[in-house]
Design a binder for this molecule. Sequence first.
Ligand code: NAD
Length: 263
Amino acid sequence: MELNLLGKNVLITAASKGIGKATAERFIKEGCNVAICSRNQENLSKAAHEIKSLYNKEPLCIVCDINKLEDIVNTFKVVNETFGAIDILVNNCGGPRAGYFEELSDDDWDFAFKQILMSAVRFIRLVLPAMKERKWGRIINITSVSVKQPIDNLILSNSMRNAVTALAKTLSNQVGKYNITINNVAPGYTLTSRIYELSEIKAKQLGTTQEAVLSSMAEEVPVKRLASPHEVAALIAFLASDHAGYITGSTIAIDGGVIKATY
Ligand code: NAD
């Protein structure tokens, strides 16, 4: 299927690794002007180099801690000065701290609030005026299956990502008339550094190996494997295309069937 995204200006946040990086690769492949940001220049350069070696075009890299307003404003400014107005915003973030309710402090909650909800609010606030003016825009938030089926030791993720889900649904009602869609992509177990980190924590808790945890995760999934980040990127690219112009305010799980609910 032709996605017809050639020449679109795309910003993907928190994208030096994992799903964000795979998404950057996908949009570069589609001929878009892609900007990525994350906190660490070295990781950004590594990602840019890898992407260039595949597609002979590299993303614009901007150092940005998405928990900081001034970094967000700077990222937006650099992308605008380099490419012009942003057509497609993919809001990603690092995974929040794992932990049960009793283990988390006010600081942990404040951090997760800035990391997950406020980063999305702030980037959306900046990109929206030009999208409205140009009467076209796509905003896609990467959340988690935890919005539909809470994960026991990820209470920060379960809580804050549902705030993003409600933000997207509420705002989609107001911006649909400008041909702007806002959706959430909710991945299940996806093979990235995040899943290695979480599986290591779980292995320590259970007194087992990381390999055993990863294979029991795969066993939980009806399709009996973990996702590739490129499969998640393909869904994001589809949602960004005109083929998906009638999908808005939705949360689409890409989870190999791991969510047990009917819908
Ligand atoms: P990852 O750890 O592989 O990559 C996260 C990226 O975010 C990295 O590039 C990192 O540098 C960047 N980042 C982290 N904190 C940042 C900050 N403050 N400012 C700027 N950049 C920052 O993670 P992933 O597996 O690709 O996951 C992406 C998102 O999807 C996460 O929010 C994660 O919780 C969620 N998710 C992942 C899975 C999974 O199985 N991998 C499942 C459900 C949800």
